[in-house]
Design a protein around this ligand. Structure first.
Ligand SMILES: NC(=O)c1ccc[n+]([C@@H]2O[C@H](COP(=O)([O-])OP(=O)(O)OC[C@H]3O[C@@H](n4cnc5c(N)ncnc54)[C@H](OP(=O)(O)O)[C@@H]3O)[C@@H](O)[C@H]2O)c1
Length: 247
């Protein structure tokens, strides 16, 4: 069996990942988020608020006997309140970093520790963003948390490569990690972006026009593109890439 732990399966890109994977009876999906919207014999839901640091610390992965693949897809994320720095509530800043950066870091650490001696294909996929590479006003926490997630992915990749050179000393071998950006996708996150105040966000009109001009990709199309890549890991262009790099 192939086991996929996916955060944020209640809607958007994460739900599309889960639904696509569940069409194959060899796949089992563990969804991690607050709302359960999937019912399937090969689906288990873990109710978790990924802004709650204690809940994240307490999360435990499951042992699997003779797995073929085990994946962690750190997908859950939020744009947070769209406002310039100086106008944000401190708790909002802390919660947004916790969801977008601390939760994937803590889950990845637990994943590598727990499956260290499990012999199968082990992959971590972080859902990155173009906003982690380019500044967008009103999105300081989102941009910097995605930039942090990219660097976190690069460091874990470097660690895995160093350890692979010394297999006898290796305690954390054979994990692959990627941070892949999806482009602009027609999800609840995009409608939150369109509901920002013009005074707090200079690019509001751009994001409204993406929707009006049908420039948003549908989550099912985007998840198909990710899963095609993940079924052929050698085609992935390094630790950091974007779905657009494969079009
Ligand atoms: N949409 C885009 O254009 C776009 C572009 C670049 C990158 N991305 C990235 O793609 C990923 C998915 O985004 P999306 O567009 O699919 O967003 P979405 O439709 O808003 O879905 C977000 C998912 O994250 C989960 N989530 C949010 N807050 C959570 C919390 N406190 N605890 C646990 N889970 C939480 C939600 O589940 P619950 O509410 O049930 O908890 C939901 O399933 C994110 O990392 C986002 O940054 C999206």
């Amino acid at each position: 069996m192939n086991y996929y732990y996916i955060t944020g399966t209640s809607r958007g890109i994460g739900k599309a990942f889960a639904e696509h994977l569940l069409t194959n009876p060899s796949n089992y999906v563990f969804g991690i988020c607050r709302n359960k919207t999937i019912e399937h014999p090969n689906y288990t839901h873990y109710h978790l608020d990924l802004t709650d640091v204690n809940a994240i610390k307490d999360f435990r992965f499951d042992p699997h006997s003779h797995p073929k693949k085990i994946y962690l897809i750190n997908n859950a994320g939020a744009i947070g309140f769209i406002k310039p720095i100086g106008k944000l509530d401190a708790d909002i800043i802390i919660k947004n970093y916790t969801l977008n950066l601390i939760a994937p870091s803590v889950l990845t650490n637990a994943f590598i520790e727990f499956y260290n001696t499990t012999d199968c294909e082990k992959v971590i996929v972080n859902i990155g963003s173009g906003a982690g590479k380019n500044p967008v006003d009103g999105w300081a926490v989102y941009c910097s948390s995605k930039a942090g997630l990219d660097m976190f992915s690069r460091v874990v990749d470097a660690e895995q490569k160093i350890r692979a050179e010394h297999p006898q000393e290796s305690i954390h071998k054979d994990f692959k990690i990627f941070s892949i950006s999806p482009g602009v996708v027609n999800t609840a996150m995009q409608s939150e972006i369109r509901s920002a105040e013009k005074a707090d966000f200079s690019r509001l009109e751009d994001f409204i026009s993406y929707k009006v001009n049908n420039q948003l990709s549908e989550p099912s199309i985007v998840s198909d593109k990710y899963l095609k890549l993940l079924n052929n890991l050698t085609t992935i262009k390094g630790v950091l890439s974007s779905i657009k790099d494969y079009e």
